[in-house]
Design a protein around this ligand. Structure first.
Ligand SMILES: N[C@@H](CCC(=O)N[C@@H](CS)C(=O)NCC(=O)O)C(=O)O
Length: 247
């Protein structure tokens, strides 16, 4: 089986796809792409859209973490990413959709807000990546790419503040999925892989860590992505940060 996963280093949904391939025991090659440049490469590779994760598997082109999870279960049913029981499957699908549509983007916006302020922080997130240029050079010359990426992700002050305001409720949702057993069980499912990576990425931001660290959500991330690459030292205005919930 010839399998190639296209990623942007440290992309949370791309990490989700990599974890799911590992879980299935499907060996794969990885192509690391620089943000923005990725769009042209993905189009040239014949993918219909411009985001990672994108996966070529035995000639089939798949794109998006949720399309990939379903296709992997079709291609290699064992071990399953979705439960056989219809009610349990619906719960996992709901949690996975929440992770994709509601949880991913605010964290992406906070990350790019931080890169806009200090692009040096990109270095850690690109650890181990093969970008075709030395990371130091990419960072030195990367201001226009960072500015464009931040703009495309709408990483404005207003949206960063909105993301921070939304964060406690989003984390409560994750903890609730863990409490009701939808995720965090003995065997991982597609929603575990979807949600754990976003929480893992969020934990790389020192400003967010105190909001997450004592929650079950943090244990989920430490279980599936214990060494998430990257680190953003405190960078957000303290007045924007919500209080950590008392536990
Ligand atoms: N919700 C989509 C997200 C895809 C997405 O937005 N990926 C980002 C990286 S995290 C991307 O490819 N961005 C393009 C860019 O930065 O140029 C999924 O789960 O696949």
């Amino acid at each position: 089986m010839s399998t190639r996963l296209y990623v942007i280093p440290a992309s949370h949904p791309a990490t989700t796809a990599a974890l799911m391939l590992d879980f299935k025991g499907i060996p794969f090659e990885r192509t690391d792409l620089m943000p923005v440049v990725s769009k042209a490469v993905l189009r040239a590779a014949g993918f219909p859209r411009v985001t990672v994760p994108a996966l070529k598997i035995d000639g089939e082109k798949l794109q998006g973490s949720r399309e990939i999870s379903r296709a992997l279960d079709r291609i290699k049913p064992d071990p399953p990413l979705f439960p056989a029981d219809p009610d349990k499957r619906a719960a996992v699908e709901d949690a996975e959709r929440f992770g994709d549509e509601e949880l991913q983007h605010p964290i992406r916006q906070l990350l790019w807000w931080g890169f806009k302020r200090d692009k040096e922080n990109l270095r850690g997130y690109a650890e181990g990546a093969h970008l075709g240029v030395p990371i130091g050079l990419a960072i030195k010359t990367g201001a226009p790419l960072v500015a464009l990426s931040a703009r495309l992700n709408e990483a404005t002050d207003a949206n960063a503040r909105a993301a921070l305001l939304a964060l406690p409720d989003l984390l409560d949702r994750v903890d609730a999925y863990i409490a009701d057993g939808t995720i965090g069980g003995a065997e991982p499912n597609a929603a575990d892989f979807q949600i754990a990576t976003t929480i893992g990425l969020a934990l790389t931001l020192d400003d967010l860590r105190p909001l997450i660290d004592l929650r079950p959500a943090a244990d989920l991330a430490r279980r599936y992505v214990p060494n998430y690459p990257g680190h953003t030292p405190p960078i957000l205005p303290p007045a924007w940060l919500p209080e950590p919930a008392a536990r």
